[in-house]
Write a protein that binds this ligand. Structure first.
Ligand code: SF4
Length: 259
């Protein structure tokens, strides 16, 4: 017979998966990446500008995400458009000038200019100038994570985040979802801890592996429900447990655990 704690954990897992599935199966909506409508329109236009999404992922390092994801739009203003045919004609020096002047677009503009130049070369040579070939044709999630890792400056965190956004928000079909991890940011870690899924002071790696053990078929599915709970109810101080749909199962919400 299962212990009460184990049984409760199973119920928590089931409820998070159910909510995650519902969000995953919802129709594709406009995605807010930056809060600036024109910049988000460019990033949402995966059909015409798939390279804008890839380049934003490449820029997403060591600056707030909103600033990184604005870079394709800011470049498009300087260039007059953001067609790949325009990007592929730029030299590394020209990209560096665009990234540096009149104001730096990134905290590390020269390094990011190098990464951007190399990204354009990869899209040109490996994908025939069409970045959507990175994810077209129902490849496995591992294959697409691997393809993102081939871009200079992209590590496992950004690569799995990119594939998670493609699957969850853009509704791109993959043959499996095993390699899409949870994005264990501070809110997700807090919700995992309060739900009793990980111990106190959970590490990023701890939460990633816990999500893999809870739902190996698609660990990233747990991302959005936890993020949603964190944003709406599970605030760092004074969580609003009365409104939270996990309250009847959550050890913290029931007062069994206090930080
Ligand atoms: S019940 Fe309270 S502590 Fe538990 S996840 Fe919801 S808001 Fe957080």
């Amino acid at each position: 017979m299962k212990s009460d704690g184990k049984y409760q954990e199973i119920l928590i897992r089931e409820r998070l998966i159910e909510r995650g599935r519902r969000l995953f199966e919802a129709p594709r909506n406009f995605i807010e990446f930056t809060g600036k409508r024109e910049a988000d329109e460019l990033l949402n236009d995966l059909e015409q500008y798939p390279h804008a999404f890839v380049i934003a992922c490449v820029m997403d390092r060591q600056v707030p995400a909103e600033r990184a994801w604005l870079i394709p739009y800011k470049l498009s203003l300087k260039l007059g458009d953001f067609h790949f045919s325009t990007l592929r004609l730029l030299s590394e020096r020209e990209i560096c000038n665009l990234m540096l002047n009149p104001e730096p677009l990134h905290r590390f503009p020269e390094e990011m200019a190098r990464n951007l130049y190399r990204a354009v070369r990869v899209i040109e040579k490996e994908y025939g100038s069409d970045a959507s070939k990175i994810w077209k044709g129902r490849p496995s999630s591992a294959e697409v994570v691997y393809r993102f890792l081939q871009f200079r400056g992209v590590g496992p965190k950004i690569a799995t985040m990119a594939v998670n956004i493609l699957a969850r928000d853009f509704k791109i079909p993959f043959s499996d979802y095993y390699s899409i991890d949870i994005s264990a940011d501070v809110h997700v870690r807090r919700v995992f801890h309060r739900l009793g899924l990980v111990s106190e002071k959970p590490t990023v790696e701890g939460v990633i592996y816990r999500a893999r053990s809870l739902y190996p078929e698609f660990p990233g599915l747990l991302d959005l429900p936890c993020w949603e709970i964190g944003r709406n109810w599970c605030k760092p101080r004074g969580p609003a447990c009365d409104g939270c749909y996990m309250k009847d199962l959550c050890p913290f919400g029931k007062g069994e655990q206090r930080q």
